[in-house]
Design a protein around this ligand. Structure first.
Ligand code: NAP
Length: 321
C-alpha cells in the first residue's frame, strides 16, 4: 500500500476499517500508551499518526518524521499537541469536536447530581452497614433544581450543560471571552465577570480548553471567592485547577465539594492529596467524560476520517491548524 500510518491504541473496528481501506496500519497493541521513543521510531516511517490525549506530540518528537503529514487526535481537546510545531513542519492536526459534546455534558451533570446529593457516599455507606434507619438529617445534600450554575467556558459542551440545567430550573451564569448569544437567547444565560460568577454560583462547572491562559485558572484565590456551600465540577482538563490548592480548600471547608473527571497527572497517583479528601466532599472519576460506546466509536471514526484525508493531502474534515 502507498500509505503507512501509526495508530497509538486499539480502536473500534469501524475506524480501523476506514483506515485500512487506504493505508497500512502499524497498530500499538499495548494497554498503556506507547513510550516516547517508540512513537518517534514509528512516525519516522509513517505518513500519518492517530493519537490519543495520552500521547505528547511536540517538535523534537517529529524531527525525524520527514514523511509525516497529519496528526489526528481522537479527542476534542488537543493540549497534548504542540500545534505551532506541527504547523511549522507542514503537519496537519485534526480533532473530534461535536460528537462527544452531549456525552460529556451528561457526565458533567452526573457529577453535579452525584456531589450535590451524596450519591457515591450514600452508596458506599449503605454497603458499609451504616443505614440503620430513615433519618431526618443523614445524607442530606443540596438541591440542584433552582440553584445557580456558573459555567466557565460556555462553548459546545458548556451549552449542552446549560440546556440540561434549564430542565432543572437552574439560573445559568457564564464566563467566556466572547458572548454566546445562543445560550443567552435559548436559556437566558447571563454573561458575567469571573468575580461575579464565583460569588453567585452554587455550582461552578469548567468547560474551557487548557491553554496558557487557563492553566491554574482556579486556585486558593478563586476558591475563597466562592460560596462555602459551592461545588466545583471539572470535566475539562486537570491543570485548569491547582489540584493541591483544591485539596486544601476541600479539607478546610473553603468550598463544600468537588466532582472531578480530570487530573493534573493522569492516572492520578493514589497518594495524591485530592484522594485524601474525605469521600463526602469529592467524587472522582477516571477521565470518562466521553466514555459511551456510541460516542467513542463516533470519535474514532472522525479521527480516522481526519487521518485518511491528511495522508492523501486532502483538507481535514475537522482541522485544528
Ligand atoms: P469549545 O466549543 O471550544 O468551548 C470552549 C469554550 O471555552 C469556548 O466557548 C471559549 O469561549 C471558552 N474559553 C476559551 N478560553 C477561555 C478563557 N480563557 N476563559 C473563559 N472561557 C474560555 O470546546 P468544547 O467542545 O466545549 O470542549 C471544551 C473542553 O472540554 C475541551 O477543550 C476538552 O479539554 C474538554 N473535554 C473533556 C472531556 C472529558 O472526557 N472529560 C471530553 C470532551 C472535552 P471564548 O473563546 O469566547 O472565550
Amino acid at each position: 500500500m502507498q500509505y503507512r500510518v501509526f495508530v497509538s491504541r486499539r480502536l473500534p473496528q469501524e475506524a480501523l476499517d476506514i483506515i485500512s481501506a487506504v493505508a497500512e496500519i502499524d497498530l500499538w497493541e499495548g494497554d498503556a500508551p506507547p513510550p516516547r521513543d517508540v512513537i518517534a521510531e514509528k512516525i519516522a516511517a509513517a505518513d500519518g499518526m492517530l493519537c490519543l490525549l495520552t500521547d505528547r506530540i511536540d517538535g523534537p518528537l517529529m524531527d525525524g518524521a520527514s514523511r509525516l503529514k497529519v496528526v489526528s487526535q481522537m479527542a476534542v481537546g488537543y493540549d497534548n499537541i504542540d500545534v505551532p510545531a506541527c504547523t511549522q513542519r507542514g503537519v496537519k492536526v485534526g480533532n473530534t469536536p461535536g460528537v462527544l459534546t452531549e456525552t460529556t455534558a451528561d457526565l458533567a451533570f452526573a457529577l453535579i447530581l452525584a456531589t450535590a446529593r451524596r450519591v457515591v457516599q450514600a452508596d458506599n455507606e449503605l454497603r458499609g452497614g451504616e443505614w440503620k434507619t430513615w433519618s431526618p438529617l443523614q445524607w442530606t445534600g443540596t438541591d440542584v433544581h433552582g440553584a445557580t450554575l456558573g459555567i466557565v467556558g460556555l462553548g459546545r459542551i458548556g451549552y449542552e450543560v446549560a440546556r440540561r440545567a434549564r430542565g432543572f430550573d437552574m439560573k445559568v451564569l457564564y464566563c467566556n471571552r466572547s458572548a454566546h448569544e445562543g445560550a443567552e437567547n435559548d436559556f437566558g444565560a447571563v454573561k458575567v465577570s469571573m468575580e461575579e460568577l464565583l460569588a453567585q454560583s452554587d455550582f461552578v462547572s469548567l468547560h474551557c480548553p487548557l491553554t496558557t491562559e487557563t492553566r491554574h485558572l482556579f486556585g486558593t484565590e478563586q476558591f475563597k471567592q466562592m460560596k462555602p456551600s459551592a461545588i466545583l465540577i471539572n470535566t475539562a482538563r486537570g491543570p485548569i485547577v491547582n489540584q493541591i490548592e483544591l485539596a486544601q480548600a476541600l479539607q478546610d471547608g473553603v468550598i463544600a465539594a468537588a466532582g472531578i473527571d480530570v487530573f493534573e497527572a493522569e492516572p492520578v497517583p493514589l497518594n495524591d492529596p485530592l484522594l485524601q479528601v474525605p469521600a463526602d466532599r469529592i467524587v472522582v472519576l477516571p477521565h470518562i467524560g466521553s466514555a459511551s460506546v456510541k460516542t467513542r466509536t463516533r470519535m474514532a471514526v472522525l479521527a480516522a476520517g481526519n487521518l485518511v484525508a491528511g495522508i492523501q493531502g486532502l483538507p481535514l474534515p475537522h482541522p485544528v491548524n
